[in-house]
Write a protein that binds this ligand. Structure first.
Ligand SMILES: Cc1cc2nc3c(=O)[nH]c(=O)nc-3n(C[C@H](O)[C@H](O)[C@H](O)COP(=O)(O)OP(=O)(O)OC[C@H]3O[C@@H](n4cnc5c(N)ncnc54)[C@H](O)[C@@H]3O)c2cc1C
Length: 372
């Protein structure tokens, strides 16, 4: 890939709208050529540089293109790297070793977890068993615009994991927290991220971005159809007489669910939020976090269980660890027909988003398998 660099990444991924804003390129850029905008896009910074002419790239650096989980034949490259083969057409939610429903047995985690608290259980277990030094996740504090805004966050202990548990349906790019982890000298990190960010788990090893491949000890993906703008959510809530400041929890299960400080529960039709879809999500074909070690979601029939797709050998080892430690209880995913059907349906719908007009042969992008 030596003849390509930021110029190609910008024209082929950013300018075409395929960029999800995962920030892998920003994280990996060795010379701080790339910054990150408020609209969640990579941008060239630095005096005297044109917006697409990276002088470091002209000297042979192509790391941004290699880190990007949407560059060229990304899906095939990443599947091949992680699973030893491209996926079959019928594998709409990617390749898996097993599918489980998991629920934490830790009352403290259960109280703050979004669904079954599996993600937080894995992080706490990994930190307390010295498997990781920290985790790149998303903060829950008021990060500028108000509660339920999201920002990249580094957590290094149980208190930090609990403080950042739960879901914010606004976009944040946890790979950006890598800079803080590096400053702190942390070497082994878990990455928690939505589908697009979790694909970094494949792009780093597939294209030899060794420095960051070595740092990421586990990638936990969050199943994701889309994120919404913060302002859009705030507006729809206000239209329903709910102030964002009063919200204590948001969940999305076919409808937008809201819990407020006064103990009330509200449901708002999800279609009201669709006009507020974040642009970077509109062409993302990956619902199921297909390149994570473990992908997690809340689409089950029962609340308080996390659907877990265990995809890799290290994902399997971590799951075995938390199960053997008694930190989570599990049952087979097939027990929940609702979850399995939704997994297939939502994955199929997302795959239809990949824009055929950008495809040289008019059929599909390089690396994207046919939609079934
Ligand atoms: C934007 C978004 C959309 C989602 N859409 C779906 C969906 O359509 N269907 C589905 O089944 N599941 C979806 N999920 C996943 C689901 O909400 C839960 O995160 C998942 O089931 C794990 O639950 P848990 O109780 O095990 O996680 P927890 O133990 O609560 O841990 C959640 C982890 O997610 C991190 N996190 C929260 N918000 C963000 C964010 N904005 N960016 C990055 N990291 C974040 C937290 O820091 C924490 O580490 C979505 C999650 C997010 C963040």
């Amino acid at each position: 890939m030596n003849e390509v660099h930021w110029r190609e990444l910008k024209h082929e991924v950013v300018d075409t709208g395929l960029c999800t804003g995962c920030a892998a390129c920003v994280m990996a850029c060795p010379r701080d050529v790339l910054g990150y905008t408020q609209d969640h896009l990579p941008v060239q910074i630095g005096e005297g540089m044109a917006h697409d002419q990276c002088v470091i790239g002209d000297r042979g650096c192509d790391i941004c293109t290699r880190a990007c989980p949407r560059f060229r034949a990304w899906e095939t490259d990443l599947d091949q790297e992680l699973f030893g083969r491209p996926r079959r057409e019928d594998e709409v939610y990617g390749q898996v070793r097993s599918i489980l429903l998991a629920r934490t047995t830790d009352a403290g985690i259960a109280a703050v977890g979004q669904d079954g608290g599996l993600v937080s259980s894995l992080l706490v277990w990994g930190l307390e068993h010295d498997l990781i030094d920290g985790a790149l996740a998303s903060s829950v504090e008021d990060v500028g615009r108000g509660p339920f805004d999201a920002a990249p966050a580094l957590v290094t202990d149980r208190a930090g994991v609990l403080a950042t548990a739960g879901s914010r349906y606004t976009y944040a790019a946890p790979p950006l927290a890598m800079a803080e982890a590096e400053e702190a000298g942390l070497k082994r990190l878990a990455l928690v991220g939505m589908s697009c960010q979790a694909s970094i788990n494949g792009s780093l090893p597939a294209r030899g971005v060794r420095k960051y491949e070595r740092k990421i000890a586990l990638t936990i993906g969050l199943l994701c159809s889309k994120t919404f703008t913060y302002e859009g959510q705030e507006q729809v809530l206000a239209d329903h007489g709910i102030a964002m400041q009063d919200v204590t929890k948001i969940n999305i299960k076919g409808r937008y669910q809201v819990w407020t400080r006064d103990g009330a529960y509200h449901e708002i039709p999800l279609k009201l939020f669709h006009p507020h879809t974040r642009p970077g999500c509109k062409m993302c074909p990956d619902f199921a976090a297909q390149h994570a070690d473990i992908s997690t979601g809340g689409i089950g029939a029962d609340d308080n269980w996390t659907l877990a797709l265990i995809r890799t050998a290290r994902g399997e080892e971590w799951m075995k660890g938390v199960i053997d430690a008694g930190l989570v209880e599990v049952r087979p995913g097939e027990d929940d027909e609702v979850a399995m059907n939704l997994l297939t349906k939502l994955s199929t719908v997302s795959r239809r988003r990949w824009p055929s007009e950008l495809v040289p042969d008019g059929a599909r992008a390089p690396g994207m398998l046919p939609i079934v």
